[in-house]
Design a protein. Sequence first.
Length: 180
Amino acid sequence: GAMQLAVDVSNYSGVFSREQAACWREQGYDHVVCGTQQPSITRQQLEAGAAAGLTLDTYVYLYWRHNVAVQVEEALSMLAGFPVGRLWLDCEDDPAGAGPDAIVGLIAEAVAACGSFPCGIYTGRWWWPPSTGDARDFAHLPLWHAEYTASAAALPDFDAFQGYGGWTRPYIWQYRGTSP
């Protein structure tokens, strides 16, 4: 099938208007993933995205030094009332001396904290194998893979994906880092 294009935004992106979201739709983007760092910004972004007819996901950047279950619960409370499909668990924070077993345990806590709400893992090959010992514990969850392509114009080749963590194909591939 055709590749779906999505935009991801954080609280640093700030609020955006329904008009901006509608503009993304006109450019072929039909999905937005909103960070959950600032409740008021998150909810405004979800509102504007939903109003423009974009499908919605959210992500929570996990800080290993803080209670991950609480971080997930706070993120889930922000998206209450919005048609959010999935909460992505952003696994890229510096393990800061925590070994792979400890990190895998923390990720498992975050997954458990999602309860019945669909979740997935955001990470990259640069982080996952060294930080988790290339753990395959979460290969049943969808992967949002971060790896930039050679140029902003180059779309990722899902068939050429080099697997890690038990994943053989990403669900989402973040292939560039600038705003559309």
